[in-house]
Design a binder for this molecule. Structure first.
Ligand SMILES: [Fe+2]
Length: 463
């Protein structure tokens, strides 16, 4: 063992993106040392230099050599290192892997694309769970305390904890206690950002809260002001985003997602103009939910104006809008659009990777077998940070490489972002001028024309 409890893990893959994903998965759950190699030869050198390697994750095809070369080296040298093959090839189909299953009790095969749960689970199995700082976090789910109070209209109390350190939680409220809000309020004033619920309780809390919000929304629909309705929808958006982040998409969440998308759709059809909407958002603080809502509004408005309102298109757009940043924990990270900005450059590598990967990580989160998110929705999310000149990420697609619906979504997500950052509708004309250079090309051309028709007419010409 390299250090008490700390293990050494080799990740061999010729694709930088995959190595990044591995680093991210391992770093977010473990304190183990990660040694990244871009080919079998480099992994072999690494093994020679390091006295103790505890686990290897390896791709098969790595350009100049293969995972088979690496595996042969382990066998020839009689090294007792568990080997996890991560590939589209199955070990049965590869020469040299005939005894793969019996060579080592912890040898394993992960078919690409693998999930982070599979990788974390395998590391737990091979390296032991006792060194994992997050093992206890899985028992608890964090909740924004203000939201907890706002949403907890179900008159049920829960055991509530705060976190003192990565491993240590302290209970501040007992289930059934009557003055729970006063206690939470006290902790908010002390600067506590999150309270924690046990996850089974969390599930009950979020599910009931969203249902309560939804019932209230239906009741309010005929009589309440747009302001109250928007507030309600934003609360349910935040709640469902939290729930999907914490519990993923499964039979418990999928029905609630539909309800929230539905109420967002109803609200958007009822909304007044952009000015009014921005004023409502101004008082709010959560970027991810505000941006999701505004992006829904902008993209749906353009689609309607362009007569693209085919069956189900609003639902697809709204779903993509609400879940595009679902893999990002912090509002601050979702607000970074420019990877050349100093803000981005000043971040740790791990966080930069998280930002760079967030479009496909978000797609992964919503692509669970139980979800019925459409291909259009997935593509909108996957490409939401691409740009017409090819300077976007993660793939650098140009103006003809994205479909018109994706182009519309990209324009809307950027426009919603700019509006939230400036909080000023008077800026629209200035933004629109910049957009002429950026978006008036390729498959963005039509959405851009739609954008002009939809939003520019709202602004009286300046004198
Ligand atoms: Fe994003």
């Amino acid at each position: 063992m390299s250090e008490a409890g700390k293990k050494r893990i080799i990740v061999a893959d010729d694709e930088e993106g995959i190595r990044d994903v591995f680093s991210m998965i391992i770093e977010s759950s473990f304190d183990h040392e990660i040694l990244l190699c871009d080919c079998a030869a480099s992994a072999i050198e690494t093994i020679k230099k390091n006295p103790k390697i505890d686990l290897i994750f390896s791709d098969y095809n790595m350009g100049k050599d293969t995972g088979g070369d690496l595996y042969k080296f382990l066998k020839d040298k009689n090294l007792d290192i568990p080997f996890a093959l991560c590939s589209t090839y199955s070990p049965e189909d590869i020469d040299g892997f005939e005894e793969f299953d019996t060579d080592h009790p912890h040898n394993a095969y992960f078919q690409k694309p693998f999930t982070s749960e599979e990788i974390v689970g395998h590391i737990n199995k091979v390296c032991g769970e006792e060194t994992i700082p997050t093992s206890e976090i899985q028992t608890f789910v964090r909740v924004n305390p203000e939201r907890f109070m706002r949403l907890n209209q179900i008159k049920e109390t829960f055991d509530v904890y705060i976190r003192l350190s990565k491993k240590k939680y302290v209970k501040i409220i007992n289930e059934g206690e009557s003055e729970s809000f006063e206690v939470i309020d006290k902790y908010i004033k002390k600067g506590v950002d999150y309270i924690f619920l046990e996850w089974q309780k969390y599930e009950i809390f979020e599910k009931k809260s969203i249902e309560a919000l939804f019932d209230k929304f239906e009741e309010q629909l005929a009589t309440a002001s747009n302001e109250e309705l928007t507030e309600n929808v934003l609360d349910s958006i935040e709640a469902i985003q939290g729930m999907v982040k914490n519990l993923g998409v499964n039979e418990r969440t999928v029905e609630l997602i539909d309800k929230v998308v539905d109420s967002t759709e109803k609200m958007i059809s009822k909304s007044g103009n952009l000015d009014e909407l921005l004023n409502l958002l101004k008082s709010k603080d959560g970027y991810i939910k505000d941006h999701g809502y505004l992006c829904s509004y902008v993209a749906c408005s353009i689609a309607e104006r362009m007569s693209w309102k085919t069956e189900g298109i609003w639902k697809k757009i709204i779903t993509a809008s609400l879940f595009q940043n679902i893999s990002l924990e912090e509002n601050e990270l979702a607000m970074i659009y420019d990877l050349n900005s100093n803000e981005y450059k000043g971040l740790e590598d791990r966080v930069q990777t998280k930002i760079k990967m967030h479009p496909q990580d978000s797609v992964k989160i919503i692509s669970d077998a139980e979800s019925n998110f459409s291909e259009d929705t997935r593509k909108m999310i996957q490409n939401h940070h691409e740009l017409p000149d090819g300077s976007g990420y993660p793939r650098g697609l140009n103006a003809t490489n994205v479909a018109p619906l994706e182009a519309l979504f990209i324009l809307a997500t950027n426009f919603a972002h700019s509006l939230i950052m400036t909080k000023d509708v008077d800026q629209i004309n200035i933004i629109a001028q910049d957009y002429n250079e950026v978006y008036n090309k390729g498959n963005y051309k039509k959405p851009y024309q739609g954008f002009l028709k939809t939003f520019i007419k709202l602004i009286p010409p300046k004198d």
